[in-house]
Write a protein that binds this ligand. Structure first.
Ligand code: DQA
Length: 147
């Protein structure tokens, strides 16, 4: 696949998890919309969710040799804690956009810092599921421009 979408812990609960913060759409609905946008643009997209830091690190490492050219990642709580995910993204050296459904800067202070943002092409937060769609549009445009 060319675009890899990674979702961190607890995002499998979207739809029922604090809907006032994270919206009513399920992860399956979000992923299906992203797949359709990618397919309509003639691109291949794969989504992967895990509640485990090591599984996310493994999937990022695999992206080095599976044809991935762009990553969209919502690291969820690992945003604020994971040097390992940051290091994996640095190691594979693929462009990535960091996405958050909520505006992490309007929330608790511990959510204001991200270990990833410094390495990201860009960061989208606070736009709900639309943030993923906008990030995907950017990824597809930049892949097209570079093709
Ligand atoms: C989140 C924000 C994080 O602080 C939180 O731990 C999440 C989701 C978001 O999408 O808004 O699980 O990444």
């Amino acid at each position: 696949m060319q675009v890899l979408v990674l979702h961190g812990p607890n995002l499998n609960l979207l739809g029922t998890r604090e809907p006032e913060v994270y919206g009513a759409q399920t992860l399956a609905q979000i992923d299906a919309e992203l797949s359709k946008i990618a397919a309509d643009a003639g691109a291949r997209l794969e989504s992967f969710q895990s509640n485990h830091e090591g599984a996310l690190v493994d999937r990022i490492q695999a992206a080095r040799s599976d044809g991935t050219r762009f990553i969209l990642i919502n690291p969820a709580a690992y945003t604020h804690t994971s040097v390992a995910i940051r290091d994996a993204l640095a190691a594979v050296a693929l462009p990535f956009i960091e996405v958050h459904l909520s505006n992490i800067h309007r929330r608790e202070a511990f959510r204001h810092h991200s270990y990833l943002s410094e390495l990201a092409v860009g960061v989208i937060c606070g736009l709900g599921a639309n943030g993923y769609r906008l990030a995907l549009r950017h990824a597809l445009e930049s892949l097209e421009a570079g093709a």
